[in-house]
Design a protein around this ligand. Structure first.
Ligand code: ZN
Length: 338
């Protein structure tokens, strides 16, 4: 009798073909859709990747639903943005899952901010009066394509530790993602002529603008660099301080935010001040995510003559943004229209 039930159970397991297919794959759970997209590019067929947040949600405020805990329970690798972006909801998921493999400090827990160049790292003690300031630095780093390039490498290295048999494939996949990213960023011709490392270095040391002012260099540039060229040197206003890394990489700067302090909704007094700044800084673009109200942005646009650009800042935030590269295509396309 016992043998019969054993075989019955075995047959039921074997019949669940999706379970079986998933059994040989690594299970990766990421906190955000952007990390999931990059992890998918790197892991290829070797992993099943899911994200807690969809790209349509504000990642600061996610309710820890039971479904997330169930996903985390079986995960081999948990990847987070870190820098306290997920402070409101990560812990209940990790603790609720009782999965020791993905606890902070375990091999199955990867903080994607490791090794990135961070902005807005506070030089003074952060207090409540400063609003929801992220005390370890600005966590909205994924829109810097150079950071996405590095994250792919970080994920490949960790996956190689977890599944050494696939290490070569992870390295190959990461390199292919990075190559595609380089070509999208600078155009294939320029990458071939100058080399990706040298080009990224110019975006880091601030010499890209001058270098592109040479007509021969500009003529070879393609991709996002070419599309964003007219915006170089411009100041923009954003809703939350979430576009800083993108602006920085493309030679723009952020003149101010609609939020008077991080996490605090716009006020009339703050808008008056911003309108003055917008005029004196020649701001043409007010940039924000679709999940914030556009009321303040529209008011500021009316008073300053700037244009409101609403675009997703995460994969899946709009249908066109199906992966990391198409997300940047979408953002660059929207900005370049202005
Ligand atoms: Zn934030």
């Amino acid at each position: 009798m016992r043998t019969f039930f054993f075989w019955l159970g075995f047959a039921a397991l074997a019949a669940g073909s999706t379970n079986q297919a998933r059994a040989d794959k690594l299970r990766i759970v990421t906190t955000t859709a952007d990390l999931a997209a990059i992890a998918r590019s790197v892991a290829g067929d070797a992993a099943d990747v899911r994200s807690v947040c969809t790209g349509r949600e504000d990642p600061h405020f996610i309710a820890a639903k039971p479904g997330f805990i169930v996903q985390a329970r079986d995960a081999d690798l948990w990847i987070r943005i870190g820098l306290e972006l997920e402070i409101g909801w990560e812990r209940p998921i990790l603790e609720g899952s009782r999965n020791t493999k993905i606890r902070v400090g375990a091999k199955g827990h990867l903080d994607a901010s490791e090794g990135l160049l961070l902005l807005d790292v506070p030089q003074t003690q952060v207090t409540r009066a400063m609003g929801d300031v992220h005390p370890m630095g600005n966590p909205h780093y994924w829109l810097d394509p150079l950071n996405a390039r590095r994250i792919a490498g970080t994920i490949a290295a960790r996956l190689a530790q977890l599944a050494p048999g696939h290490a070569a494939a992870f390295a190959r996949n990461a390199a292919a993602f990075q190559q595609a990213l380089d070509e999208r960023m600078f155009g294939a011709e320029l990458v071939k002529a100058v080399g990706a490392e040298a080009l990224w270095a110019k975006t880091q040391d601030g010499t890209m603008g001058t270098w592109l002012s040479d007509a021969a260099n500009a003529a070879r540039a393609g991709g996002w660099t070419k599309a964003m060229q007219p915006l170089r040197g411009q100041k923009i206003i954003t809703y939350h301080r979430s576009w800083l890394y993108l602006a920085n990489r493309f030679g723009m700067s952020v003149s101010g935010e609609l939020e008077p302090k991080p996490g605090v909704p716009p006020t009339a007094a703050h808008l008056t001040e911003l309108a003055e700044n917008a005029k004196s800084d020649g701001v043409k673009i007010i940039l924000q995510e679709p999940f914030y109200s556009t009321k303040a942005a529209n008011q500021l646009a009316e008073r300053s003559g700037a244009h409101v650009v609403v675009v997703a800042n995460s994969v899946g935030g709009q249908p066109e943004a199906g992966d990391y590269l198409t997300l940047l295509d979408l953002i660059v396309g929207k900005l370049a229209q202005k």
